[in-house]
Write a protein that binds this ligand. Structure first.
Ligand SMILES: [Ca+2]
Length: 172
């Protein structure tokens, strides 16, 4: 089955997305979502809660929510962007803002993840499976922590100071 997220307006109009969509606000005012396949993240603002590229967002815990097929219809007032998590139990997703906001990078092995094009660094992550070691220097060097499958919404949850992760490696 292909990933599918069905969005509804308060008036009952629906719109279906099957891939990452950074601007739903220009399409309609969506207040409800249902995943027919795939695990998605809904955001209250466009571009995964970072409407201005140069400004890291000040996301709060209620500015996003996860939705998967077991949730059924989910009320969420203002679905303005949606992200489909990779269908993998081997990957991790690193986010540049708290609470899974902003630009993101999917990592499946060892990689330097700090990107100079971004004005800041990693602030949250989701490990879909396996164990990853995070380093505060490029090329898997420097201070590190090791984390396994789970959702890490803040730098505190990740065990690394904000914006300090520079490289990662997958351990298993
Ligand atoms: Ca950041």
């Amino acid at each position: 089955m292909a990933p599918k997220l069905v969005l509804s307006t308060a008036a009952g109009q629906t719109y279906t997305v099957s891939e990452n969509t950074q601007d739903l606000a220009s399409i309609g005012a969506f207040t409800r979502a249902r995943s027919q396949d795939g695990k998605w993240i809904l955001y209250k603002d466009v571009k995964y809660n970072r409407p201005n590229d140069d400004e890291p967002a000040t996301n709060k815990i209620d500015d996003f929510r996860f939705v998967d097929p077991t949730d059924g219809d989910v009320d969420f007032d203002g679905v303005r962007s949606a992200y489909l998590l990779p269908d993998s139990d081997e990957a991790a997703v690193f986010f540049y803002d708290n609470y899974y906001g902003g630009p993101r990078e999917v990592v499946v092995s060892s990689k330097d993840i700090f990107d100079l094009a971004n004005p800041d660094g990693i602030s949250s992550m989701i490990i879909l499976g396996g164990t990853f070691q995070l380093f505060n220097q490029p090329n898997q060097k420097g201070l590190s922590v090791t984390k396994s499958q789970g959702n890490y919404a803040t730098p505190c949850d990740m065990g690394m100071p904000n914006d300090s992760v520079k490289s990662v490696t997958k351990l298993d």
